[in-house]
Design a protein around this ligand. Structure first.
Ligand SMILES: [Cu+2]
Length: 140
């Protein structure tokens, strides 16, 4: 019996060693992917585009698209009204020291661009349609 058990124990020991090596490898891989994730989130784009999609003036499940954008400080956001109905881009809350903004009436196909020089979170809505509201996040 002893002569049979000994090789089995050796096989188990080798298997455990490979298992430990595998855990070590996955920890290294997990660490490197965490690093690449933090790298990719450090720089926001300089520009973003937001659409008022067709029918957003009547279909309340629609909204500015995308409703939230993130840009770098000094960057620009351009809104395009792709709906036949008129809309506005009107700030409702801006960071301390930042200027409020209001596009006024935007007919179909109109565009409106704002340059953001103060970092922080800006909230805006459409003055005509209470379900239309968006957010601009400006990173420092
Ligand atoms: Cu609107």
């Amino acid at each position: 019996m002893i002569r049979i058990v000994a090789p089995v124990l050796i096989v188990l020991a080798i298997g455990a060693g490979i298992g430990l090596a595998g855990v070590g490898l996955s920890q290294v891989l997990g660490w490197s992917s965490a690093l690449s994730m933090s790298n990719s989130s450090t720089s926001a784009p300089q520009t973003a585009s937001v659409s008022m999609p067709r029918d957003v003036g009547t279909v309340q499940s629609l909204n500015f698209e995308p409703a939230t954008v993130t840009i770098a400080k000094g960057g620009k956001v351009t809104w395009t009204n792709n709906d036949p109905l008129a809309h506005t881009v009107s700030s409702t809350s801006v960071p301390s020291g930042a200027q409020s903004f209001d596009s006024g009436n935007m007919a179909g196909n109109a565009t409106y661009t704002v340059t953001f020089t103060v970092d922080g979170t800006y909230y805006y809505n459409c003055a005509y349609h209470i379900w239309m509201h968006g957010t601009v996040i400006v990173t420092g």
